[in-house]
Design a protein around this ligand. Structure first.
Ligand SMILES: [Ca+2]
Ligand SMILES: [Ca+2]
Ligand SMILES: [Ca+2]
Length: 496
């Protein structure tokens, strides 16, 4: 008992030192971006498209916890932020193909007090992003898509003007939001598609339990019972992100646009494997001269990046997070001590969950190129320690009906940590990986999880793979005790 108490004391001491958002995917996790929300990356996804196995889709989500009713300006992208998607195709941890997104804001109705208006005062409802039907769209955003490869910048818009999808204000202003959403999907030719706008946040987590010092509702340390663990169709705990929107940039490109030689490769070939991440950057200098808008100048400085949600959230200590955010992945060996002896594993151990001893070489496949994600990689191909979302493009996508929330851990090899799809339950997967499941699934395969098993709106199975934004007038969140999570008898979610 004394030993147990001292372990608990130890665990609590560790918790006080632990990263602020240890379990959030990446919502408000680093000190700088907690104060700079438009540059705050919440999630990074990269996967082979389920409907087009010859293409890769990348999703960069930014600006966390957007309350759908939060007018009058809602959630424009930041014109002062450079949003980028980066791909390493030759295993040195340095990007070889970069996609850049820049936004421009126009206020078309400067005398009106809100960003969006319709069905009132002679202004028709908003039914289009431009032209007739867009009269009430005062706050209008357009964006550019540029590919940088071998130092050459290529405009991918084909000369078209691309409009970002505003949030779903409500039924009077936007009576057919789905139609607006459809208009924001751009097929740009050469099998390149782009989308940018406010959408349902696809991430799911019981944040309240996680931050109450890992006070999970399913069991001590978050150990799931088989019924809960095996149920990909219901939530047994409240999803704290449910009912919130996020700003999303989605790009789909042919795999051949990304690989080192412009060809497709089988899974056994090392050239099939890409290392991907997303970044936000701002110019180094800002001048504020009232009453004029601020002016920025100078080179771009990276504000944040995300590769694996696991590394950014569960591994890096808060005192190093800003440095990590602004560093390049190819320099991540400076963070090797966090990778090889993670604090979270010690906390799991304090709950009585067996974990492997440090150094944790079983975590290396997430930060270097090696099997199982890169079976074709030899010892000389591993590259430097680098937090990249590694994706083997030779592994075919799993058909939608067969996809599993636990992805790679349960034989759905097209899921995290081989890339990441919206369905992948990264909280549960990452917790189990830290618990040692890659080292020995029998010895260290404790089914750790939070009881939130899916996104409340489900998943879209075609481009852009994100669901339309929640309605500002008629939406709600799913709190403890409210409908939307099911199953747990006598627990916080009512049984249906
Ligand atoms: Ca490279
Ligand atoms: Ca959601
Ligand atoms: Ca979960």
């Amino acid at each position: 008992m004394q030993r147990f108490k001292s372990l608990v004391t130890f665990a609590m001491a560790l918790l006080l030192l632990a990263p602020v958002s240890m379990f959030a995917s990446s919502h408000r996790e680093a000190p700088i971006t907690a104060l700079d929300r438009t540059a705050d990356i919440t999630d990074w996804y990269a996967f082979v498209s389920y409907d087009h196995p010859d293409r890769v889709t990348m999703i960069l989500n930014v600006d966390p916890f957007l309350e759908p009713s939060n007018g009058p300006n809602y959630f424009p992208f930041d014109p002062n932020v450079l949003y980028e998607m980066k791909v390493d195709n030759n295993r040195d941890g340095v990007e070889d193909v970069t996609f850049q997104f820049r936004f421009t804001t126009t206020i078309r109705l400067p005398g009106v007090f809100t960003g969006y208006v319709g069905g009132i005062a002679g202004i028709p409802p908003i039914t289009a992003l431009s032209g007739p039907g867009s009269e009430g769209l005062s706050l209008s955003q357009t964006y550019t898509v540029t590919m940088v490869k071998n130092g050459i910048s290529t405009d991918l818009t084909g000369g078209r003007t691309l409009y970002a999808l505003p949030s779903n204000v409500g039924p009077r202003t936007m009576p057919n939001y789905q139609a607006l959403y459809n208009q924001a999907v751009y097929r740009l030719g050469s099998n390149v598609s782009a989308f940018a706008g406010t959408v349902d946040d696809p991430f799911f987590i019981d944040l309240g339990a996680a931050f109450d010092s890992l006070n999970f509702r399913m069991g001590v340390g978050g150990v799931l019972k088989p019924k809960v663990d095996g149920d990909d169709k219901h939530n047994y705990a409240p999803d704290a992100v449910a009912g919130f929107n996020v700003n999303s940039i989605v790009l789909e490109v042919p795999i051949t646009m990304l690989t080192v030689d412009g060809k497709l490769h089988p899974a056994s070939d090392k050239d099939a494997v890409l290392g991907t991440y997303g970044t936000t950057s701002r110019r180094k200098f800002t001048v504020r001269r009232s009453p004029n808008p601020l002016v920025t100048s100078g080179a771009f400085q990276q504000v944040q990046r995300e590769g694996n949600p696991l590394i950014n959230e569960l591994i890096i200590g808060t005192g190093s997070k800003d440095k990590f955010s602004m560093s390049d992945p190819s320099n991540d060996s400076q963070f090797a001590s966090f990778f090889l002896d993670p604090l979270l594993a010690k906390i799991f151990a304090s709950f009585g969950i067996p974990v492997p001893p440090a150094p944790r070489t079983d975590l290396l496949p997430l930060v270097v190129y090696q099997a199982p994600i890169c079976p074709g990689c030899g010892p000389k191909d591993s590259g430097p320690i680098a937090d990249l979302m590694r994706l083997n493009t030779g592994i075919p996508p799993t058909p939608v009906a067969s996809q599993k929330r636990l992805g790679f851990l349960v034989g759905d090899n097209a899921g995290f940590p081989n890339g990441r799809r919206p369905i992948d339950d990264v909280v549960d997967i990452a917790s189990r990986v830290v618990g040692g499941i890659l080292a020995d699934p029998v010895k260290y395969g404790t089914p750790i999880g939070d009881g939130v098993n899916l996104n409340e709106l489900g998943y879209r199975n075609t481009f852009p793979f994100v669901q339309p934004a929640h309605n500002g007038r008629n939406s709600h969140h799913i709190g403890p005790g409210q409908p939307g999570c099911t199953g747990q008898p006598g627990g916080i979610c009512p049984v249906k």
